[in-house]
Design a protein around this ligand. Structure first.
Ligand code: SF4
Length: 248
């Protein structure tokens, strides 16, 4: 994670980083490692965390709240009433609507926390799946941005777990002893995502470093060897005439 933070200039002097804590293994790992980085990084920054309650947690959040308090984490728990109303009014709503409500709540909370950076727990698995999904099912070469900005550019959005796979976050979070909070949607994995996960699992039996290689490929693009005319040299020029050299 330190490599990603440095490589993509994710955290800068004086930043206040708010970690979006879902109660799952990934965001908990993110928070713990950011706290450790904060204590030894060459730049000064602070870390806080927040959780948006959208009515989908399968267990009460109190045990995790107590764990965070004992760890001295500056943590905010926000019950998002519009999201809770959404569940009552449209129980079958999809991810688009849910994430739109969450995004609105996140910006509101983070503004209140005085943070300028929001850290999300997307992992190397998410980056690889997103890359393959876009390439195979939507006809685009793209994945998730490790660093980007909110629409008004008032928050830097970072994904420091870009190089960390979920087998690591599962082991790390398990060893931390933190009480994880499952989400009702945890098994609601779409068909495409499930297929990609199965594909990776099958290939990784023979090629255990497949995700590392794919992540390296995402950072090592040969634009002139793809099919996008914007990046190809298609200028019509006078062909060099080899005989002209002989004439001179
Ligand atoms: S998986 Fe569940 S919590 Fe996540 S965006 Fe979709 S509806 Fe919301």
């Amino acid at each position: 994670m330190g490599d990603a933070v440095a490589r993509f200039k994710m955290i800068r002097e004086g930043d206040r980083v708010a970690v979006a804590l879902s109660g799952g293994k990934d965001s908990l790992t993110l928070l713990e490692i950011l706290l450790r980085l904060r204590d030894r990084a060459p730049v000064e920054f602070s870390v806080c965390a927040f959780t948006v309650e959208q009515g989908k947690f399968l267990r009460p959040f109190e045990p995790l709240g107590q764990y965070l308090k004992a760890r001295g984490v500056d943590w905010t728990y926000h019950r998002d009433n519009p999201s809770l109303r959404l569940i009552e009014e449209q129980p079958g709503h999809g991810c688009d609507l849910c994430s739109r409500y969450r995004r609105r709540a996140v910006y509101q909370i983070v503004r209140g926390l005085g943070a300028n950076v929001i850290a999300f727990g997307h992992t190397a698995d998410d980056f690889c799946e997103s890359f393959l999904r876009n390439a195979l099912f939507t006809g685009r070469i793209s994945s998730l941005p490790p660093v980007t900005w909110s629409r008004e550019r008032d928050f830097r959005l970072i994904r420091p777990l870009v190089f960390v796979t979920e087998d690591l976050t599962a082991r790390f979070a398990g060893a931390s002893g933190a009480p994880l909070i499952p989400c009702a949607c945890a098994d609601r994995t779409g068909t495409v995502r499930r297929t990609l996960r199965q594909l990776f699992a099958a290939l990784e039996k023979d090629y255990p470093h497949l995700k590392e290689t794919l992540l390296s490929a995402m950072g090592n693009i040969e634009m002139s060897r793809l099919l996008d005319p914007r990046y190809l040299d298609l200028e019509v020029r006078a062909e060099a005439n080899p005989l002209a050299i002989l004439d001179s």
